[in-house]
Design a protein around this ligand. Structure first.
Ligand code: AMP
Ligand code: MG
Length: 317
């Protein structure tokens, strides 16, 4: 308990001085900085090598603080009351008098906001006078981090501090929904959009791959382990690592199971770590068997499909 308090204090000190730190969330680790500070926000983009036109998600402790920066509406309230804190990000209209740094949303009039559930992150936010801009703690386009060791792999000594909160429970990023006009899913994520439809009592639009790119999570190459990956494979090639969800009778050395019992939630939690492990084990090609496209399986398939767009020539987005 004492160490929790002192770690939060340390984290707060870095943030109050406009430094970036890594924070644990229930989805993936975030690279956090004061969302009201231009210099802190610019540091996030620099560390991640993220294009400045790719807006950040801002994390709030509660709705009262959010109201200072954004307009809210009925759809937001329905979803907030049901699903927040949790793995859902809302895109709302930014207020003119908001203190959010203009670099967060690339001078757009919208803001993506989330209320994280991880107890350490919540405690940290409660202790701060500002919300935290926190994109995933990874170099742009690469695999998100789901534990402190991943964050070290991504940033090494460039990062001042990691608030260690263990392994992320969900292991995949939040679901993003634009609520400014008609509710529209911009990214599949930790919360099944069918649950959102149930609460809003209507069909919602899905625009995870629009012609005009809005969210980088929508771009075709993303969440990549940095080596070629093929999906829906029945039989792998000789030198490929093979990711499976269903237990096979004969397990070979190159077989990697997403979960012990074909469980989709477990698979989501393990996905990024498994991809990192396969790379460390020396494979330079990955095949993945068909993953059921239901519940969080839809998000697993979305991430795998984007990772499968990897070509040897790296494409920035
Ligand atoms: P990450 O923080 O790495 O999980 O990525 C955050 C995602 O939220 C990116 O895909 C952003 O493009 C998206 N995002 C952030 N702000 C906005 C916004 N104002 N409108 C639409 N998408 C946004
Ligand atoms: Mg990301």
């Amino acid at each position: 308990m004492k160490s929790i308090q002192s770690n939060i204090k340390k984290a707060k000190k870095y943030l109050d001085n406009n430094h970036c730190i890594a924070v644990p969330t229930e989805t993936v680790y975030g690279l956090a900085g004061n969302a009201y500070s231009d210099s802190a926000v610019k540091k996030i983009f620099k560390l991640k090598k993220r294009p400045m036109n790719n807006p950040l998600i801002v994390h709030y402790h509660n709705i009262n603080k959010l109201k200072e920066d954004c307009y809210i509406n009925d759809n937001f309230l329905k979803l907030y009351n049901k699903f927040s804190p949790g793995p859902i990000t809302y895109v709302l209209q930014l207020k003119k008098k908001s203190k959010i740094s203009k670099f967060v949303s690339n001078k757009q009039k919208s803001l993506a906001v989330r209320f994280p559930k991880h107890p350490l992150f919540k405690k940290l936010l409660k202790n701060l006078k500002y919300p935290l801009a926190a994109p995933s703690a990874n170099i742009s386009n690469k695999l998100s981090s789901v534990q402190a060791s991943d964050v070290i792999e991504e940033f090494g000594s460039k990062l001042k501090y990691i608030l260690n909160g263990g392994k992320s429970q969900i292991g995949l990023e939040s679901t993003i929904i634009n609520l400014i006009k008609k509710p529209t899913i911009l990214r599949f994520g930790g919360l099944d959009y069918l649950k959102i439809e149930k609460i809003l009592k209507k069909k919602i639009f899905i625009k995870t791959n629009p012609n005009k790119k809005i969210a980088p999570g929508q771009s075709f190459l993303h969440y990549s382990p940095g080596i070629p990956l093929r999906v829906n494979i029945k039989k792998p090639k000789k030198n490929e690592a093979f990711i499976l969800i269903k237990k096979r009778k004969n397990t070979l050395k190159n077989y990697y199971y997403l979960s012990k019992k074909s469980n989709l939630k477990q698979s989501a939690k393990n996905l990024y770590s498994l991809l990192r492990k396969i790379k460390k084990d020396g494979y330079n090609m990955i095949a993945v068997e068909k993953i059921p496209n239901e519940g969080i399986g839809k998000t697993i398939n979305d991430r795998l499909s984007r990772a499968s767009k990897y070509k040897t020539k790296w494409r920035a987005c």
